[in-house]
Design a protein around this ligand. Structure first.
Ligand code: NAP
Length: 258
């Protein structure tokens, strides 16, 4: 079951951190549904390998540029370059993020700053750099940030990431209010734990917490990358035209009890 195959035809999209995990699933679906897609992140080897896999396995042409979302001037140039090559930019998916487990009493200021810088400052940098292009999107520009349900619940041992994502959610609300006049919609998707991602492998499975986490998910399974991609497509397609400044939770009704 999927969207009609031309759902995203004629649209252009940039997915930050789109070479791996959830970002790659979003790229795959946007591309299969007809969008022209670009990805950016720091590691060229990941970007190159992903673009090759998208072409060979999925039959979609994706372009890439190396970029670090923390570098405001650098990412501005990358986004301008991508928009030129794609012939515009209708959709920005702010997916790039970093995270690690650390009790907050032991967290260094550098560790705190690094995650805030990638997740929150990086999202701001990308949104501001993309705005001139999103303003020109003929059917309304779209920003979709990838957050987490822990932004609301608090995130013991990952307070840095929880705080950064809470900041992103608040930023999306501000942008939806300020940039609605340009036709730009700004929303966020909050995934629960998604199977096969680096995050779940490292933060849940490697910590021996899979069974404990699954007990807290009434639907009884981890999510799939496609579940998040479906939510992003809805929000960035014409079907999501009147949705802005809000959250789409995709977590199997998880209850963290924190
Ligand atoms: P992932 O595979 O580690 O993806 C993160 C991506 O961000 C990587 O491709 C990485 O590429 C890129 N990145 C990191 N720092 C960057 C920087 N400074 N500049 C540009 N790109 C950067 O993780 P994921 O699990 O798929 O997570 C994707 C998103 O979903 C994140 O926002 C995460 O918080 C969110 N999320 C994930 C889960 C889950 O279950 N996995 C649950 C809730 C929310 P490079 O290393 O090449 O830079």
């Amino acid at each position: 079951m999927s969207f009609a195959e031309n759902t995203m035809a004629g649209k252009t999209a940039l997915v930050t951190g789109g070479a791996t995990g959830i970002g790659a699933a979003i790229v795959r679906l946007l591309g299969k549904l007809g969008a022209r897609v670009a990805i950016t992140s720091r590691k060229e080897e990941n970007l190159k390998a992903a673009v090759q896999e998208f072409a060979e396995k999925d039959g979609i042409d994706v372009i890439y540029r190396v970029g670090d979302v923390r570098d405001a001037d650098g990412i501005k140039a990358v986004i301008a370059d991508i928009a030129t090559e794609l012939g515009g930019l209708d959709i920005l998916v702010c997916n790039a993020a970093g995270n690690f487990i650390c009790p907050t009493e032991e967290l260094s200021s550098n560790g705190w700053r690094t995650v805030i810088d990638i997740d929150l400052n990086g999202t701001f940098n990308c949104c501001q750099a993309a705005l001139p292009f999103l303003k020109k999107a003929t059917r309304g520009g779209r920003i979709v940030a990838i957050s987490t349900t822990h932004a609301d619940s608090g995130w013991p041992t990952a307070a840095h990431a929880g705080a950064a994502k809470a900041g992103i959610q608040n930023l999306m609300k501000s942008l939806s209010a300020e940039w609605g006049k340009y036709g730009v919609r700004a929303n966020w998707v909050s995934p629960g734990p998604i199977e096969g991602t680096e995050g779940v492998d490292r933060l849940i499975i490697a910590q021996g917490k899979a069974a404990e986490v699954l007990k807290r998910i009434p639907l009884g399974t981890f999510g799939q990358g496609e579940d998040i991609a479906n939510a992003v497509v809805f929000l960035s397609s014409d079907m999501g035209a009147y949705v802005s400044g809000t959250e789409l939770v995709v977590d199997g009704a998880a209850r963290w009890g924190t």
